[in-house]
Write a protein of this length. Structure first.
Length: 218
């Protein structure tokens, strides 16, 4: 059983409304230029750790997952390294040192939206679209303050003023930040690992979940 995740920058809230194009010409997809967050996962279906980092205002991102996923009596370890560069997602299985390459169909729409809106405006639109409501509660997690939002179908999230997710609880599973390092996007090798392992084409996600259900398009 493999969990496929569409990587997209989390533009949930922001304190800055700077330019939509970075100095190197790439789109600005997050108010924070570079950051690494380490999380602990606990709950009914998954336990473990994950590290999420981005640089170049989230044009480049990676996530390292080391977790156990289980349903009932079934349990599976997942040791995966995901890399996103623009619209391209590389999912690398660290147990086999092989990976897949997939195009993120959400990317073009995100960039188009940011052409006309500041990160602040995009964050508000995303929150409204997902049905999140600010509860008025605040927390301090990993020495950072965040505001709590909830939604009936999406659980709760705690977001900093500059758009960083520090906690998410959904379906009895909680992801909590244990370390936040702003200004450090992580090692170069974590962004280029896909260059050193065999890569094959992943599922076509242009039709949403249909690409996962019927990868061959038949």
């Amino acid at each position: 059983m493999k969990f496929v995740k569409i990587f997209a920058p989390v533009i949930l809230a922001g304190a800055c409304s700077g330019p939509t194009i970075a100095n190197d010409g790439t789109p600005v997809l997050h108010p924070v230029e570079a950051v690494c967050i380490e999380y602990e996962l606990t709950g009914q279906m998954m336990n473990g750790t994950t590290t999420r980092c981005h640089r170049d205002y989230a044009y480049e991102q990676y996530e390292i997952q080391n977790m156990s996923i289980g349903f009932g009596g079934f349990s599976q370890s997942q040791n995966q390294h995901n890399i996103t560069i623009g619209d391209t997602i590389y999912a690398i299985d660290l147990s086999t040192n092989t990976g897949t390459k997939t195009i993120n169909p959400m990317y073009a729409g995100l960039v188009s939206a940011l052409d006309n809106q500041s990160p602040d405006e995009m964050g508000a639109a995303f929150i409204n679209a997902m049905g999140f409501n600010q509860t008025g509660a605040t927390k301090t997690i990993a020495q950072n303050n965040c505001n709590v939002y909830n939604a009936p179908q999406m659980g709760t999230v705690c977001l900093t003023d500059n758009g960083l997710m520090l906690e998410q609880s959904i379906m009895g599973n909680t992801t909590t930040a244990v370390s936040v390092t702003i200004g450090d996007g992580g090692a170069d090798a974590n962004y280029t690992l896909y260059q050193n392992v065999p890569i094959t084409d992943g599922p076509d996600l242009s039709n949403g979940l249909q690409g996962l259900i019927n990868p061959g398009g038949q």
